[in-house]
Design a protein around this ligand. Structure first.
Ligand code: FAD
Length: 445
């Protein structure tokens, strides 16, 4: 039996490895249109900022390493058409443009997501970039080497925009962030997002909020300024469009694979699409929000890996299930660790819950032990039964640990009373005697 996988970064690479482990006799082919497979896109901002000096370190596994395990990885090959009825596809060799027809028994679509690029005037000028793939690094490098940019504008104040703002700051590039929404981080509640806002301002990042990109001005084919919808002109020799991504679904849609409410590929809990034998995983696929039970689309690397594993196992004949997500996420914004899981208070209200919340600021070690740092926690529960709905944690302290406690509490459908009595590890170098998360739950119960 032959399994073909389209796309080989996170979901596709994981699916291939898992399918082979489940059934070593399978023939597995991965078609990947880039030169690299199995790399961490999450590390890209840190290569740009110089924290990671060798971009090859982002590559987790090469085609040769896959080959040793009996998995055929074909890079520089794009699947350009799918014939689901006859289980065949047309694959283009991007070097010589030749095409061949390939048959499959089972298919995994792992085509990921694409950056959203507004078709405004000047968008094709040199110096206007997006960051999605490892190949994008060469374009950043070329601009840094030739132009030595002094002034950057990042359009979009999501987590990638902020990671890039920090990277540019490291490179002494004066940076402006433009956001169409009236505040940064719309998924966070306003009082939490404000902490990050203040940090950006403190770090000398200029913020222009409630104002979108109108057009880009250029000279000799190169960008020189950004014009906002309100008419502000911001000089820039480097512009990054970071307004979000959309699921890459054109190929699937054309083959009759159904999309869900969110616009990503609809799958069941086995990651199977509406076409038997065709699975989808990663940033191209929809999933379920485990708090609200509603369809959601959360394009994140850990989720792509988890889903790829399930799709790979099932394509190989197994019966694994993916239960959905809490949207647990974390990123670093200068001195702050910024994390969330589950629903914000505003999202909980919109979903018909009756949220109550608590906000508290605590140290992440015993008060007397050196090196402790603060975290601000917002914990949200349902007034009716005390069930936890979500958490946001921001601060220089251990937000990762706090948010993982909260995510695990959501997984167990715990109430704030349950969490208040959790037996968590304590010793002065690691935590206050009662974890800040326990204190937050106690304040709510
Ligand atoms: P993708 O990574 O998009 O890979 C899909 C691959 O399929 C691509 O190589 C694409 O070119 C290829 N492809 C598409 N169509 C075809 C075709 N027809 N034929 C052949 N090949 C095709 N997530 C986190 O959880 N934490 C983070 O800190 C984090 N940081 C990030 C930072 C940046 C700068 C970026 C860009 C992303 C970050 N992410 C992070 C998101 C994470 O990288 C993605 O969720 C993850 O890469 C999704 O993996 P995927 O395999 O589903 O899709």
């Amino acid at each position: 039996m032959r399994i073909v996988i389209i796309g080989g970064v996170a979901a596709g690479a994981k699916a291939a490895a898992k399918a082979k482990r489940v059934n070593p006799d399978l023939e597995i082919i991965v078609f990947q249109d880039e030169a690299e497979v199995a790399y961490s896109a999450c590390g890209l901002p840190y290569v740009i900022g110089g924290t990671i000096t060798d971009q090859n370190k982002l590559v987790i596994r090469t085609p040769e390493e896959f080959a040793k395990d009996g998995i055929r990885v074909e890079t520089g090959r794009r699947v350009v058409a799918l014939d689901a009825a006859n289980r065949r596809m047309r694959v283009r060799n991007l070097q010589d443009q030749s095409e061949e027809s390939i048959a499959y028994d089972r298919l995994i679509v792992a085509t990921g997501a694409l950056p959203i690029v507004p078709r405004v005037e000047g968008i094709d000028l040199d110096g206007v970039l997006t960051l999605r793939k490892i190949g994008d690094l060469a374009r950043f490098k070329a601009i840094f080497d030739t132009l030595r940019p002094q002034k950057a504008v990042i359009v979009g104040a999501g987590y990638i925009g902020m990671e890039l703002a920090e990277a540019f700051h490291e490179l002494n590039i004066k940076t402006t962030l433009i956001e169409k929404f009236p505040r940064i981080l719309p998924k966070f509640d306003p009082e939490m997002a404000q902490l990050v806002h203040d940090q950006l301002v403190e770090q000398d990042i200029e913020l222009i909020l409630g104002d979108g990109l109108s057009k880009l001005q250029g000279e000799n084919g190169r960008v020189i300024a950004v014009v906002t919808e309100s008419g502000k002109v911001i000089p820039a020799d480097l512009v990054v469009i970071a307004i979000g991504v959309r699921p890459n679904t054109e190929l699937a849609m054309a083959a009759g694979i159904a999309l869900g409410k969110t616009g990503a590929i609809a799958v069941d809990s086995r990651m199977q699409t509406n076409i038997p034998g065709v699975f989808a995983a990663g940033d191209c696929a929809e999933t379920i929000d485990r708090v609200s039970g509603q369809p959601t689309w959360v394009p994140l690397g850990d989720i792509a890996n988890l889903q790829g594993r399930v799709a790979g196992e099932n394509a190989a004949g197994g019966n694994a299930h993916f239960p959905g997500v809490f949207g647990t996420a974390i990123f670093k914004a200068f001195e702050l660790n910024v994390a969330m899981t589950g629903l914000s208070e505003q999202a909980a209200r919109a979903q018909g819950f009756e949220p109550v919340s608590v906000l508290l600021r605590r140290g992440d070690r015993a008060r007397y032990y050196p090196g402790g740092r603060e975290v601000t926690i917002k914990l949200i529960a349902d007034r009716r039964d005390g069930r936890l709905l979500g958490a946001q944690v921001i601060g220089p302290g251990k937000a990762d640990k706090m948010i993982d406690i909260a995510a695990t509490a959501l997984l167990g459908k715990l109430t704030c009373h349950d969490l208040e009595n959790a037996d968590l590890a304590y010793s002065p170098p690691f935590s206050p005697v009662l974890s800040p998360m326990i204190m937050a739950a106690g304040a709510l119960s």
